[in-house]
Write a protein that binds this ligand. Structure first.
Ligand SMILES: Nc1nc2c(ncn2[C@@H]2O[C@H](COP(=O)(O)OP(=O)(O)OP(=O)(O)O)[C@@H](O)[C@H]2O)c(=O)[nH]1
Ligand SMILES: [Mg+2]
Length: 328
């Protein structure tokens, strides 16, 4: 090895990944980079994600070489929606996860809760940003509803186009802090990023009128450094996490908790005082975070209530029909 190489050792941050080529943000410059060969030799290799701080060998004339990933303070992962259900790595070192949801057909309480659980489990603070407030006449109702998800979830309503409510978000963009935007396509993530930075950094795209969904304008994750030293990660809208079936979605997001429940000694374990409880063990070891478990319980309870309500309504409906009060 060339002894001079050590002079070129630097610390940068992954800002973009396209297939096997990486971009490192280093002193305001974007450098093309590739991984050191040994990454591909490891059995359970941990590959860099956008947001990672990495040690690399600077090559001013070509690809720099990524040598190692620094320890992550937070790591957002989501359950793969395919049959394998493995966790997909998304982004790292994110202080605040902005769950961007527009105040139109895109709004879904359950989806917000699922994103919030992803953030909490990854050690990042969920901040729900309800966008397009200019198109909504009852913003307060939505804010109050989101507030019921968890004490850990913060909520703001904004209009990026009219600049309403943006000042409320300033507190998150402190020097060194990283904010990641998650949300469906067309929710207004890139428009919000442009409004915050005051420049047209990201391309934005129109939404379909019929259902307000976007056309996947942003195609890859991108880390951007603001002038004050804060970072924003813009991401492409996620189709899969936005499923409409609430319970199905909850089951998917909390697959790991369901699996733990199956491992309890008693099949009817309430995870309270029972011996051999896998949930309590996972909470103790930190494998499962308290917030995520609480959110799971809240959501499941909410869904059971809704189900019970529907069953009740249907029971009464049948009785009314039977006694001729209502037509079938
Ligand atoms: N009325 C209104 N429209 C907005 C607002 N913010 C964004 N939009 C519009 O919503 C559409 C989608 O915005 P984008 O910022 O491209 O959405 P995105 O979340 O980045 O979408 P993807 O990149 O596909 O994931 C665009 O036509 C924006 O002009 C807002 O505050 N008010
Ligand atoms: Mg976008």
């Amino acid at each position: 090895m060339n002894p001079n190489n050590s002079k070129n050792l630097s610390l940068g941050r992954i800002s973009e990944i396209q297939k096997n080529s990486y971009t490192i943000l280093f002193e305001g410059e974007e450098l093309p980079a590739k991984l050191k060969g040994s990454f591909y030799e490891e059995e359970e290799a941990d590959f860099p994600v956008v947001g990672d701080y990495v040690d690399f060998e600077l090559n001013p004339a070509g690809d720099s070489v990524i040598l190692a990933i620094r320890e992550r303070t937070s790591f957002l992962k989501r359950p793969d929606q395919s049959k394998t259900r493995v966790m997909q790595n998304m982004v790292s070192n994110v202080d605040y996860t902005f769950i961007v949801t527009s105040l139109n057909e895109d709004y879904s309480y359950n989806r917000i809760a699922r994103y919030a659980s992803v953030a909490l489990q990854g050690n990042s603070l969920p901040v729900v940003v309800l966008t397009k407030s200019d198109l909504c006449s009852n913003v307060g109702r939505y804010i109050r509803e989101v507030e019921t998800i968890s004490d850990k979830v913060r909520v703001h309503a904004v209009s990026a186009i009219y600049g309403i409510g943006l000042d409320e978000l300033e507190e998150y963009f402190k020097p060194g802090a990283t904010v990641c935007f998650l949300g469906s396509s067309g929710a207004g993530k890139s428009t919000l990023l442009n409004a915050i930075t005051g420049t047209e950094i990201m391309k934005t795209g129109a939404v379909r009128e019929s259902d307000s969904t976007g056309k996947h304008t942003t195609t890859h994750r991108q880390l951007i450094e603001l002038e004050n030293g804060a970072f924003i990660i813009d991401t492409p809208g996620m189709r899969e996490i936005g499923m409409s079936e609430a319970q199905e979605g909850i089951d998917d997001t909390f697959e790991d908790i369901r699996e733990l429940e199956c491992r309890c000694k008693f099949s009817d374990c309430r995870h309270e005082t029972e011996p051999g409880c896998a949930i309590k063990a996972a909470l103790k070891s930190g494998e499962l975070s308290e917030e995520r478990y609480r959110l799971y319980k809240n959501l499941s309870a909410e869904n059971t209530r809704n189900y019970a309500k529907k069953k009740e309504i249907s029971k009464w409906h049948k009785a009314y029909v039977k006694y001729g009060i209502l037509k079938g």
